[in-house]
Design a protein around this ligand. Structure first.
Ligand SMILES: [Zn+2]
Length: 222
């Protein structure tokens, strides 16, 4: 991969996007981050994102996407709706319709403005929780559409697309960022940093992946 290009990372301050930030810093000379605000449950999330980019000395753009909560009353954008895994076969209550469509589009428009051809997102099809706009096919399709719309040649990178949570921890470790990601990031739906509350669906997914990875690492070192 070329190392002399500029990239933007779609960044939330969570495990996945922070791992993507380290991945981008390895592969590109110039890296910026963009964070979208849409009345997240916890302003803690916004604070964590800011701390990480300041810490890593990354130029950061904040974009207001609060219109999403006007359109999508769900558990991530409204306080009065419980977080759950959804009905059998249905979408979880954390699904925000069109979120990645909008985020990737706005990130790419920002890329156009700052002359960054590479857009990096932590979306993932492996731990597929039913979000249709996390699928590889969707991202590839949107990439084509965005390039046509701006007559340009952006590349949307999805380094986590085919990784499970354990492999995402492994990637962070390979990038020398395991402890950093483990301690500084926020994934928990209840706004608890690092290992989190341990009980919400997001913490359970994160913890299971971490335990699997740690067991593998132990095994390899034994
Ligand atoms: Zn939690």
């Amino acid at each position: 991969m070329q190392k002399n290009n500029k990239a933007i990372v779609v960044f939330s301050g969570g495990q996945d996007s922070t791992t993507c930030l380290f991945w981008a810093m390895k592969h590109f000379d110039e890296v910026e981050a963009v964070t979208f605000h849409y009345n997240q449950r916890h302003s803690e999330e916004v604070e964590v994102a800011k701390e990480i980019v300041d810490d890593l000395n990354i130029k950061h753009t904040n974009l207001d996407m609060s219109l999403l909560s006007q359109l999508a009353p769900n558990a991530l954008t409204r306080d009065d709706i419980e977080v759950n895994d959804g009905e059998e076969g249905g979408l979880p209550s954390t699904f925000v319709p069109g979120r990645n469509l909008l985020f990737l589009s706005f990130a790419t428009i920002l890329g156009y403005q700052i002359d960054a051809k590479h857009i990096i997102t932590g979306v993932c099809e492996t731990d597929f929780s039913g979000y249709p706009d996390c699928r590889d096919m969707f991202v590839k399709s949107l990439n084509v559409t965005l390039n046509l719309s701006m007559d340009s040649e952006f590349v949307i990178h999805t380094p986590l697309m085919w990784l499970d949570k354990a492999q995402t921890w492994e990637l962070a470790d390979d990038l020398g960022a395991f402890d950093y990601v483990r301690e500084k990031t926020l994934t928990c739906y209840h706004g608890v940093r690092g290992d989190g509350c341990g009980e919400c669906p997001s913490c359970i997914l994160r913890k299971n992946g971490l335990n699997t990875y740690l067991a593998q690492r132990e095994g390899a070192n034994a």
